[in-house]
Design a protein around this ligand. Structure first.
Ligand code: CUA
Length: 406
């Protein structure tokens, strides 16, 4: 029959399109996919997904095939009499109750098993990391090592990490797609999620997200997870435990603000600018109208003084700087070692940092960090910053200071 062969051709074309789209969506190189898990937790979820997809597909194909068969086999033909009418059939009813119950059993057992596994307490000896959601950044504390940092987590491969999640304001959600998750960070409540990065992983960088809408800059509440080898982790920890120091820079020869020469540090930090991890480099455009005086040279020691005698210290703590003890904003002790600013909003380079300090409220709408640049328009209080505003040279000095805090 001509109609049916045309239908068949159309159906096979449709299937090809659907399959191609499905395969494209699962491509391995997608950095935020959950289909290439790199932890035990991620694999548990992935296994469950595969199992449900398989069972769901079998049910779908059988049911649709049955429907199509009946539609064509029993469609109305000329001269048909109404079929015999039946009311109630105990045998059929028992069957169509038992079959779904049987299918649900196959779905329920692995589901419940995975729920119990992923909700269980982390193994003893797990690395504890306290995660606090803020509008819109992440605070990370390693109580075992006395480290406080922000928007970046280093974790060693092969060791279970237990994240203890809470929030200081609204509900956030903590998610690193390739490692596993996600779980809410809720005010006045503590949630936990644990995972063990595969011990075979080479040092890698992963995108992390807030996945619960939490206000204006929800989309800019990101973080980075660095899975590194245990010895690299130990080196990172040792450095993070030290108070901040301007050590690497001589007072008279502070680095230039734009294009600061990276003072090399002995301690391990994840190497920047690796093409393989380009997906972790933010590409947020600079908002219109943001400019900074070209060619200024910052002085780190002067910057420390400006930082320590301005509003900065009310919100930011820097271990080693006795004036800076605020805890409203991110701890900046080793700010220079971080890859991004503004919770994954911009690359941590002097050029972006200068604009950030000048007018953070334009760079990332809605944030608490005030507009600091002299004559800059503060979009929250809706007026220009005049008295007490920082000029570009002062900002360049602060940039030089913060950049040296490796
Ligand atoms: Cu925090 Cu969305």
């Amino acid at each position: 029959m001509k109609g049916i062969s045309r239908l068949r051709r159309f159906a096979s074309f449709g299937m090809t399109v659907v399959l191609a789209l499905a395969l494209a969506a699962c491509e391995q190189s997608h950095p935020n996919t959950t289909f290439t898990p790199h932890s035990d937790y991620g694999r548990s979820i992935d296994f469950l997904w595969d199992r449900l997809l398989l069972l769901g597909t079998i049910v779908f194909v059988l049911v649709e095939a049955g429907i199509l068969y009946i539609v064509f086999r029993y469609r109305k033909r000329e001269g048909d009499q109404p079929p015999p009418q039946t009311h109630g059939n105990v045998v059929i009813e028992i069957f169509w109750t038992l079959i779904p119950a049987f299918i649900l059993l196959f779905i329920a057992v692995p589901t419940v098993r995975t729920i119990f596994k992923t909700q269980a307490q982390a193994v003893a000896g797990a690395l504890q990391i306290e995660v606090t959601g803020h509008q819109w950044w992440w605070e990370f504390r390693y109580p075992e090592y006395g480290i406080i940092t922000a928007n970046e987590i280093y974790i060693p491969t092969g060791r279970t990490v237990n994240f203890k999640l809470t929030s200081v304001d609204v509900i956030h959600s903590f998610w690193t797609p390739q490692l596993g998750g996600k779980r809410d960070a809720v005010t006045n409540r503590t949630n936990y999620i644990w995972l063990t990065p595969d011990s075979t992983l080479k040092p890698s960088e992963w995108n992390g997200f807030c996945t619960e809408y939490c206000g204006t800059s929800h989309a800019k509440m990101r973080f980075r997870v660095f899975t590194v080898k245990p010895d690299q982790f130990a080196s990172w920890v040792a450095n993070q435990q030290k108070p901040a120091a301007i050590g690497a820079v001589a007072p008279a020869a502070a680095p230039a603000v734009i294009n600061t020469a990276n003072a090399s540090t002995v301690a391990y930090t994840f190497p920047r600018n690796q093409p393989e991890f380009d997906y972790a480099v933010p590409h947020t455009p600079i908002p219109d109208g943001m400019t900074f005086t070209k060619g200024l040279t910052g002085n780190a020691h002067r910057g420390q003084q400006v930082f320590s005698s301005n509003a900065c210290i009310g919100c930011h703590a820097i271990a080693g700087n006795p004036a800076a003890v605020g805890n409203i904003g991110p701890n900046l002790t080793h700010f220079g070692s971080r890859a991004t600013i503004g919770a994954g909003s911009f690359p941590n380079t002097p050029a972006y940092l200068a604009l950030w300090i000048k007018n953070a409220r334009v760079m990332k709408p809605g944030i608490l960090m005030p507009t600091l640049g002299k004559d800059q328009f503060d979009p929250v209080v809706k007026q220009k910053v005049t008295a007490g505003g920082l000029d570009d040279q002062q900002i360049a000095d602060i940039v030089a200071y913060l950049t040296t805090l490796k």
